[in-house]
Design a protein around this ligand. Structure first.
Ligand code: ADP
Ligand code: MG
Length: 332
């Protein structure tokens, strides 16, 4: 997961620097600080308001360290990561870290709710998609069949009492790329709060999480391209909430004129060709990120009943009708 660089898709509305504000807080000068570091294969941006310069730097350092620590657990790109070293069910049981267990449990819950449209075990299909992007050829029937034997969310066993996790089929490979970024942002905001910073925005590859509003503002102004009026209105003054988007605008391969998204349809093993884009506003990052990915696989009709189970979530799904080779930004 996480490896490709891509441009930020969400535009963050401008907020003036170094604001003084309201009578009660007039004595406090909040200074805006911005930081960027590369993690999870994307630029991770922080915007903080704090009264002291040193406090911001210390908090930002702690956040990036925490992100790196979580990436070590959850990245399927790193052979040494915890998620790549989960034991098979025949081996001695092993307790997962609390963080990995939490993400796996949420991912499997989403898999159950979406009847497997969202499936964190699609790693073998994603590996075939990466091959296809490199070679320009679709995987063979044999390769797809072999991968299918190693995919299936019901083949992951979790024991909530011991936090033991095991994989039932040999050669399975989990991929948390559709949900872990949101969780990692949640943990990063928690780290900021531990440092006393509550007015903050975190952004990673198009996923955004915000804490309290900037001084004197009702919320953070987030522009979500293509959002409908209800979602756009919420995102225009957002506090203590997350925004995630998903779709094939950045990562795709075109073969024989058909555009295959990096999100795979677990029923076929191939990248989605439905051209759906989704945007979600949710109370936290893990919910927004996971749902955004799930919605692009489910499509509008199957999305409605799923969303009823998530109060406080606003979501939009739309279909792009551009030619397969053109992204909305006009890049090839
Ligand atoms: P991005 O990471 O580009 O923001 P998403 O959050 O939608 O986009 O996640 C896409 C990633 O999710 C893929 O790169 C892959 O790691 C993973 N994935 C692909 N197909 C599925 C699926 N059907 N269910 C769950 N995760 C998926
Ligand atoms: Mg996602």
């Amino acid at each position: 997961m996480f490896m490709l660089m891509r441009p930020v898709r969400l535009l963050i509305g401008g907020v003036a620097c170094a604001l003084g504000f309201g009578a009660a807080e007039a004595a406090v000068q909040h200074i805006r600080h911005e930081y960027v570091e590369l993690h999870m294969g994307v630029a991770v941006r922080l915007v903080l308001y704090v009264s002291e310069d040193g406090a911001a730097r210390v908090a930002a350092r702690a956040v990036y360290d925490r992100i790196a620590e979580l990436e070590d657990k959850m990245s399927d790109y790193r052979p040494e990561s915890e998620v790549r070293r989960l034991p098979s069910c025949g081996a001695a049981p092993l307790a997962a870290s609390a963080e990995l267990y939490t993400v796996l449990a949420r991912a499997l819950d989403l898999a159950a709710r979406t009847d497997g449209a969202f499936d964190p075990t699609v790693g073998p299909y994603v590996a075939l998609w990466r091959d296809a992007r490199r070679t320009g050829r679709l995987p063979s029937r044999d390769a797809l069949d072999s991968a299918a034997a190693r995919v299936g969310w019901r083949k992951v066993r979790l024991n909530p009492a011991t936090r033991a996790v095991c994989l039932e089929a040999p050669g399975m490979r989990l991929d948390l790329g559709g949900i872990a970024k949101g969780y990692i942002l949640d943990q990063a905001l928690a780290e900021l709060r531990r440092h006393g910073v509550t007015r903050a925005l975190l952004e990673a590859g198009g996923d955004i999480l915000v804490g309290d509003a900037p001084p004197g503002e009702p919320g953070w102004r987030i522009a979500v391209p293509g959002a409908g009026p209800a979602l756009a209105a919420r995102a225009a003054a957002l506090a203590n909430a997350a925004v995630a988007t998903s779709g094939d605008t950045e990562q795709f391969v075109v073969i024989d004129g058909v555009r295959y998204s990096h999100i795979v349809d677990p029923r076929t093993g191939l990248g989605l060709t439905n051209r759906l884009q989704s945007a979600v506003v949710a109370p936290d990052g893990i919910t927004a990120d996971g749902l955004a990915t799930a919605l692009t696989v489910l499509g509008e009709e199957r999305a409605a009943p799923l969303l009823q189970a998530f109060p406080g979530v606003a979501a939009d799904i739309r279909r792009l009708t551009l030619p397969a080779t053109l992204s909305p930004r006009g890049r090839l």
